[in-house]
Write a protein that binds this ligand. Structure first.
Ligand code: NAP
Length: 309
């Protein structure tokens, strides 16, 4: 019997990725949705305006996927877990690290699965980049994650509100890839965050990391890039260079064949969710979010021009 899955937050990513990807995973079936907007429905799938109402009406639901913004994540996740449901969290998994530690404790106590997803880690060439780097001596890594906020996040005011992360909303995707491919842990050494005078979250950031092997590791995030986005990681090693581009979909080593593939990120995430449920396991890696949290703690704040849509 497939898991009866409820999807919460029927917005951009739910429609672009979650709904079509759930349909591709036979171990899951989309059995209900919840969104505050009564018109945010998905065909004839039973629709509710809150997760509480959904769970009261449909006790047969066994799993819940949350595709709401991070500020709304904790309350729904805690409710679902405490009612014994398996939970998948969109990235970032919460508004704070402590929230997610709390969710993990609830999940373990309830004996259910909690999956904190990082969709960019599932991009087609990320595993190839990790494997290529594993036996090399890293000397430098430069991350450039730059896109036009007006094109990629049109009208999404939550990204400018506290807890919405601002440019770290896409930037955390880069950090999820960085932490997946680096052979060792690094920590933030310095950062500069640019806050529009009228917003609570940054529009640009520059980060520099300490690496035990002395590699020069840095990242630049910018939301005022126009035209095509740049989602690229340049890697230098003693044995040669390589580029991971298109958000992790394409890997080009200097001396070797290019690796690229189709976008299967969300289908892979849901396959993994089903596998974790079958194994009775949790998967909660907070390393990308720790770097973001460190940037807000350590980063120098610079006020820049107000941002208007
Ligand atoms: P969105 O469309 O602005 O929001 C998703 C849905 O969440 C909305 O349709 C809204 O539905 C509900 N919502 C909005 N604010 C809420 C609040 N304060 N409390 C409760 N519900 C709220 O955002 P999105 O782009 O889909 O992003 C959602 C999450 O997915 C974010 O964490 C984002 O980082 C992640 N993500 C987005 C993308 C992307 O390309 N957009 C890609 C990967 C991951 P109702 O008003 O009907 O409740």
């Amino acid at each position: 019997m497939p898991e009866a899955l409820a999807l919460v937050g029927i917005g951009k990513i739910a429609r672009d990725q979650h709904i079509p990807s759930i349909a591709r995973v036979p171990e899951l079936t989309l059995a209900a949705t919840a969104s505050r907007n009564p018109e945010a429905t998905v065909g004839d799938v039973p629709a509710f305006q809150s997760l509480g109402a959904l769970l009261d009406a449909m006790p047969e639901i066994t799993a819940v996927s949350l595709a709401t913004p991070p500020q709304a994540r904790f309350a729904d996740a805690a409710l679902a877990l405490s009612r014994g449901k398996h939970v998948m969290l969109e990235k970032p998994p919460g508004a704070t690290l402590s929230e997610v530690h709390g969710l993990e404790a609830i999940a373990k106590a309830a004996g259910v699965t909690l999956q904190a997803t990082w969709h960019s880690r599932e991009a087609a060439a990320v595993d190839a980049a990790r494997d290529w780097l594993a036996d090399k001596s890293l000397t430098a890594m430069r991350i450039n994650w730059k896109e036009d906020v007006r094109y990629w996040h049109p009208g999404q005011d939550w990204i400018w509100e506290a807890g919405g992360l601002g440019v770290f909303d896409p930037g955390i995707n880069a950090l999820s890839v960085m932490t997946a491919i680096l052979p060792r842990a690094v920590h933030l050494q310095s950062a500069e965050l640019h806050f529009p005078a009228n917003r609570d979250t940054p529009i640009a950031a520059e980060l520099s990391f300490h690496d035990a092997g002395d590699a020069d590791i840095s990242a630049g995030f910018d939301w005022l890039e126009t035209g095509d986005p740049t989602w690229t990681i340049e890697i230098e090693t003693a044995e040669g260079t390589a580029t991971l581009s298109e958000g992790g979909a394409r890997f080009r080593p200097e001396n070797g064949a290019e690796i690229a593939g189709e976008d299967e990120e969300y289908a892979r995430l849901y396959q993994r969710f089903a596998a974790l449920i079958a194994d009775g396991a949790c998967e909660v890696d907070l390393s990308p979010m720790r770097h973001v949290s460190d940037a807000f703690t350590l980063g120098k704040r610079v006020e820049v021009a107000p941002f208007e849509w």
